[in-house]
Design a protein around this ligand. Structure first.
Ligand code: AMP
Ligand code: MG
Length: 416
């Protein structure tokens, strides 16, 4: 079977993973979700002119000559706190004691900060030692947001700042694409869980907890589908119920060339199987199919059949599943992938020509010289999960002989 370029495999899955239909979600739940519609401001923020400082609201014209050697004394006619209603006015020669966020009283056009003043006459008057132009230390209504302004675009992630803006505007819900519910299933007769002694030929299932964690860390909603043996009926049954409970499914194991590789058989029964040998290492075998959800609407649930070797399953998730799931989550085409940077190899990253792009586990650091630097994180076998724990990036080594010390390489950052 010929090798399929990664870009072609990626295109195949992206085309079959359209964005999920938008819903109205409580703002408090929407962190990390992608907006499906622009949010347009309907009011002024701040809603009224207010003070940016603790100090005294006054008429700028009254203090034009004020300075350290020529203080001006004004009569203090009241106090305004944040939350006060501005039922005071400042006349000629007068000032109002004002706190940050309090509404500017009528007649005042500037605020002098408290540090440039001294109260006199038990607070009945104030000495001002600074001239302030009109508008100084005043935050005008609408200075932050104005009616008609698009404050959040469609197709952007809800960040903490955007939660803040929605709250400022009094919004309780926001139109977003829901987080894809992603089922994770491990397949393999050899797999067990937990601390018990291992029987002959058994290993513990690392992929399912790891892929569930990757799903969660990517901002999607993980659904634990458990673990099944290499048995057609068992795989069929779990995928059948998952097609109703999940928006997408990730399986590990059972997509290679072996006799017990049955995930691809079940996906073939469901139709639309594409079984590929992707031109990458690790993670060459990959199966992609879709399941009919049943009911009306003709929804098809994508299934990503990842290889069982633990590092392969992670690399396959990163390069093929995660971008497609981000598309389902509503991210635009230019935000589907992890960030890439160029880094200097501090030691050789050797490989041999084999027609594949290699993804090498590396430690990537931003150096004092203003460049990223990488070194291998350890053993590069696809079963060697240990070295992935120390890696924060994958170096992309195109087909060839790898990189020498001092060469630059492209690097995919797996952690911010
Ligand atoms: P497979 O893709 O099913 O041929 O499995 C390839 C290798 O990955 C075999 O050595 C399996 O034992 C191992 N493997 C498969 N699934 C898991 C899993 N969930 N956790 C850890 N290792 C696994
Ligand atoms: Mg297997």
């Amino acid at each position: 079977m010929g090798l399929v370029p990664l870009a072609e495999a990626r295109r195949h899955v992206l085309e079959r993973c359209p964005p999920l239909a938008p819903i109205s979600m409580p703002v408090g739940d929407a962190l990390g979700c992608v907006t499906a519609a622009a949010v347009v401001c309907e009011e002024r923020v701040p809603p009224f002119d207010n003070s940016a400082m603790d100090g005294f609201a006054l008429r700028a014209a009254d203090v034009t000559g004020a300075g350290p050697a020529s203080p001006v004394v004004l009569r203090v006619v009241g106090t305004l706190h944040a939350g006060s209603s501005p039922d005071l006015a400042v006349g000629e020669g007068e000032a109002v004691r004002i706190m940050t966020g309090a509404p500017l009283p009528a007649g005042a056009d500037a605020v002098v900060m408290v540090e440039s003043t001294t109260e006199l006459d038990r607070g009945g008057a104030v000495e001002v030692r600074e001239a302030v132009p009109p508008g100084r230390n005043v935050r005008p209504a609408g200075d932050d947001l104005r009616p008609g302004e698009v404050v959040i675009e469609a197709g952007v992630e809800i960040t903490p700042a955007r939660v803040g803006v929605l709250a400022t505007l009094g919004r309780e819900t926001v139109e977003v694409h829901p987080r894809p519910r992603v089922g994770v299933l491990s397949t393999g007769d050899e797999l067990v869980d937990g601390p018990g002694a291992l029987g002959p030929g058994q290993i513990r299932d690392s992929n399912r907890p790891m892929l569930l964690a990757l799903v969660r860390a990517s901002g999607f909603a993980p659904v634990d589908l458990g673990r099944v043996p290499d048995d057609l009926g068992a795989i069929r049954a779990v995928l059948g119920s998952a097609s109703r409970a999940c928006d997408a499914v990730i399986t590990s194991g059972g997509v290679s060339m072996g006799q017990a590789d049955l995930v691809k058989v079940v996906l073939d029964e469901a139709g639309e199987l594409r079984w590929m040998q992707v031109a990458i290492k690790p993670a060459k075998p990959f199966a992609f199919g879709t399941l009919a959800r049943g009911g009306s609407g003709g929804v098809r649930v994508p299934v990503f059949g990842l290889p069982g070797n633990p590092v392969s399953s992670v690399v396959s998730f990163e390069l093929l599943a995660r971008p497609a799931l981000r598309r389902m989550a509503g991210f635009p085409a230019d935000q589907l992938d992890r960030p890439r940077v160029v880094a200097v190899a501090d030691a050789p990253l050797p490989r041999r020509p084999d027609g594949k792009v290699h993804f090498v586990r590396v430690v990537c650091r931003y150096g004092e010289d203003g460049a990223y630097h990488v070194r291998s994180a350890g053993g590069q076998g696809s079963h060697q999960l240990g070295s992935l724990t120390g890696a924060n990036a994958l170096a992309v080594l195109p087909d060839g002989d790898g990189a020498d010390s001092g060469d630059t390489v492209e690097v995919i950052l797996l952690q911010p």
